[in-house]
Design a protein around this ligand. Structure first.
Ligand SMILES: C[S@@+](CC[C@H](N)C(=O)[O-])C[C@H]1O[C@@H](n2cnc3c(N)ncnc32)[C@H](O)[C@@H]1O
Length: 414
């Protein structure tokens, strides 16, 4: 018999904490007003407290139903809205109330189907029902009409989620151990393929394009690594930069559609030197627009790095995609191209702290586990990978805000 009484499943998770949490929510709210509504840190602190409050009030049974019924159905219903064009239609129709009957006609979908999908999304608080079968667009529904938001729903449910669903059987079969071979993960079982994740995506258009658009959606609103108070670009990269005409300032290795280099240029439009974006040929070919100052280069990062002695080699979300042996190979290719005493390798990745991890970090870690046989790394794991195995030296780990990716700054010792 279970040692826990079933009554605990219907009692609030932590009702005793509610009074204290209420006053902490109020204080965090005041802090946000004082800091200004665009303060990332103050807003995140209030959000964390508000979530803690909700969690304390909910019963375990409510959480369970929320997780196993409501949220999967929300993902399905919101994705249906992306696919059918519902969110775009609503955004185009303007800010006024919109009836299901009219929207169904406009989209060419069954009225009953649309009614049932929309009312679940509204019951969950994501859209506003203003009268029976009538909805008024809000900031969330309008944002869903953006390609960068929609691409998340084109990537999560069809690409990532099937691997989560396979994970239980896969892990049981393997004796409950983390996958470490990127050709033998729940992903390959879920998608019935022998291909690696990236190769499989590119072999199944438009998933590759959707994924890179989703990477753009991911970075929206997050502090840039080159922002004031994060990585000191002027002191570390511009000062002492080689003045030769063709000197390279930055190589964005595995840079996808170039969003991070574009972000860098928007902050530093007068940055000196050349900026190079490298990725596999199909990804480079899918780029639709790019700041003309950025040079596109087809490159496989397991091969010799053709750009030698750049001031900075930059990677965002590259090494976390790969198990240790592959990540070491990629890092060594960069190390071999670096000029000792001059080049820096800026690894823009999560550095998972021992406590107080952010759920975006931990979710990404499980995505890496189940889809890539890879991981998010702790400071000790980064040191082992880069210093012990790839011949690099970590100069400093720059972490401006807990839960936001750090810059692990490395140099080549000799
Ligand atoms: C998680 S995405 C990150 C993209 C970009 N750095 C960003 O953060 O938006 C990983 C990138 O690695 C690229 N990639 C995968 N294998 C590669 C390889 N062997 N050589 C070069 N790029 C590769 C993918 O095409 C993809 O653009």
């Amino acid at each position: 018999m279970a040692p826990i009484d079933v009554v605990s499943a219907i009692a609030p998770t932590n009702i005793g904490a509610v009074p204290k949490l209420l006053s902490e929510v109020a204080s965090a709210g005041e802090a946000l007003s004082e800091a200004g509504h665009d303060s990332v840190v103050a807003r995140r602190e209030l959000l964390a407290k508000a979530r803690e409050l909700t969690r304390a009030l909910e019963t375990p049974r409510e959480i369970m139903i929320q997780q196993v019924w409501a949220q999967p159905c929300n993902v399905m219903a919101i994705s249906f809205g992306v696919q059918s064009g519902l969110w775009t239609a609503m955004a185009n129709n303007g800010d006024g109330p919109q009836k299901v009957v009219d929207l169904a006609k406009q989209l060419g979908v069954q009225e009953e189907l649309l009614r049932r999908m929309m009312r679940h999304i509204a019951a969950s608080g994501y859209i506003d029902m203003t009268a029976p079968d009538e909805y008024t667009p809000n900031n969330f529904s309008k944002s869903l009409s953006l390609a960068v938001m929609g691409s998340g729903y084109h990537t999560g449910p069809p690409i990532l989620n099937p691997a989560f669903l396979q994970a239980h059987d896969w892990l049981k079969d393997k004796g409950y151990k983390c996958p470490t071979n990127n050709l033998d993960t729940p992903y390959q079982v879920a998608h019935n393929t022998k291909l690696h994740w990236f190769a499989h995506l590119q072999a199944n258009p438009p998933h590759g394009q959707n994924f890179n658009d989703h990477m753009h959606g991911y970075l929206l609103g997050r502090p840039g690594w080159m922002d004031e108070g994060f990585y000191p670009v002027k002191e570390r990269l511009f000062d002492g930069f080689d003045t030769a005409k063709d000197a390279v300032l930055l190589v964005d290795v595995g840079g996808g559609f170039g969003h991070y280099t574009e972000g860098f240029l928007s902050k530093f439009p007068d940055a000196p030197g050349r900026l190079i974006l490298q990725d596999l040929p199909p990804v480079i070919a899918q780029i639709q627009q790019l700041n003309p100052r950025i040079e596109k280069m087809e490159y496989d990062f397991f091969t010799e790095q053709p750009v030698k002695g750049a001031r900075a080699y930059y990677t965002h979300f590259i090494l976390h995609d790969w198990p240790d042996a592959d990540a070491i190979k990629i890092a060594k290719r960069v190390r071999d191209a670096m000029k000792p005493g001059y080049s820096r390798f800026l690894i823009h990745e999560h550095v998972v702290p021992p406590m107080g991890q952010d759920y975006e970090q931990t979710a990404l870690d499980l995505i890496m586990m189940t889809n890539f046989g890879a991981k998010e790394r702790s400071p000790a794991q980064w040191s082992e990978l880069l210093e012990k195995n790839a011949g690099l030296k970590i100069v400093k780990i720059w972490t401006p805000i807990n839960g936001i990716e750090s810059v692990v700054e490395c140099v080549r010792p000799e």
